[in-house]
Design a protein around this ligand. Structure first.
Ligand code: G16
Ligand code: MG
Length: 206
């Protein structure tokens, strides 16, 4: 019996991947390299600093720790400029309807995201009030596929992992949910280890 539902943010509730892509691409180009959509796929659910390390690796660029911090901050400023233009109608289809339904039917709702910008994005899109608990890149130290983010969400909801259901769009996130002992619904194709795969949250209530 599911009592709590934990949502990933990017790629599940809201499509911020396009903004991450544009900001990383701009950084890659400044490094004299390029950045493709295929490479961007590999950064889904990956923390900001781990994403940067992959990009530096693909670009064949060495950087000191302080240069890495500066680059990650630069990318984030560009990302936030793009997020600034985001409106409530950029919420992915089905998100609001499902959140409404879950709260109306007595489910506990949490966020389990790698993003440090998660509270800002939930605020901007008007979704923050649906959440009982927020666990994001500010409150966890171990990235997905480590289950920390989801285990912390369950603990904060005061629920056992086995009564929690996770919605995830990234393989690392599906693996993290599994490792936490939770049920998982995958959004999109090519995900292994899900209990169910759907193409959008719109399908959940239909
Ligand atoms: C999201 C994105 C990742 C991004 C990460 C960190 O994760 O999928 O591409 O690198 O957050 O974001 P930020 O730079 O805002 O801290 P999720 O877990 O919501 O899919
Ligand atoms: Mg995601």
């Amino acid at each position: 019996e599911i009592k709590g539902v934990i949502f990933d943010l990017d790629g599940v509730l809201v499509d911020t991947a396009v903004f991450h892509f544009q900001a990383w691409k701009r950084l890659a180009q400044e490094l004299g390299s390029d950045f493709t959509e295929i490479e961007n796929e590999q950064l889904k659910g990956v923390s900001r600093i781990a994403s940067l390390e992959k990009i530096l690796n693909w670009a064949g660029v060495d950087a000191s720790e302080s240069e890495k911090i500066e680059m990650a901050e630069r990318k984030n400023r560009w990302y936030l400029d793009l997020v600034e233009q985001m409106k409530a109608d950029e919420i992915l289809p089905g998100s609001l309807e499902l959140l409404h339904w879950l709260k109306k039917n007595g489910y506990q709702v949490a966020l389990g995201s790698a993003s440090k910008n998660a509270p800002l994005i939930l605020e901007k899109t008007g979704m923050i009030s649906f959440f009982d608990v927020l666990v994001d890149g500010n409150s966890v130290s171990l990235s997905k596929p480590n289950p920390e983010v989801f285990l912390k969400a369950a603990r904060d909801l005061k629920l056992l992992p086995e009564v929690c259901l996770v919605f995830e769009d990234a393989q690392a996130g599906v693996d993290a949910a599994r490792a936490a002992g939770m049920s998982v619904i995958g959004i999109g194709s090519n995900l292994n280890g899900t209990d169910l795969s759907i193409s959008s949250l719109e399908e959940v209530l239909n």
